[in-house]
Write a protein that binds this ligand. Structure first.
Ligand code: SF4
Length: 80
């Protein structure tokens, strides 16, 4: 589970923008302008290397804002 979905910066963050790209998800913004400090990314490789899942599991810039992603995209399935 990516911690970014509960982070204040999720709709401005360059790292989360890259995670969206990896997951082929629509972007929350096309112009991210926040560079986080020390994001830790967990990469899971599945299907013999055909699928990669990126999760941010730690970040020095994380500021908790519960369900921020869900509020930005009401009714959509929250990425896991
Ligand atoms: S936790 Fe870090 S990487 Fe994730 S959205 Fe927040 S600032 Fe960006």
């Amino acid at each position: 589970m990516c911690i970014c979905i509960h982070c204040h910066y999720v709709d401005r963050c360059e790292t989360y923008h890259a995670v969206e790209m990896q997951h082929e998800q629509p972007h929350l913004t096309d112009t991210p302008n926040f560079l986080p400090e020390q994001p830790e990314i967990n990469v899971n490789i599945r299907n013999g290397g055909k699928e990669m899942e990126w999760d941010v599991v730690g970040c020095a810039s994380f500021v908790e804002e519960r369900d921020k992603w869900a509020r930005l995209r009401p009714g959509e399935l929250v990425p896991t």
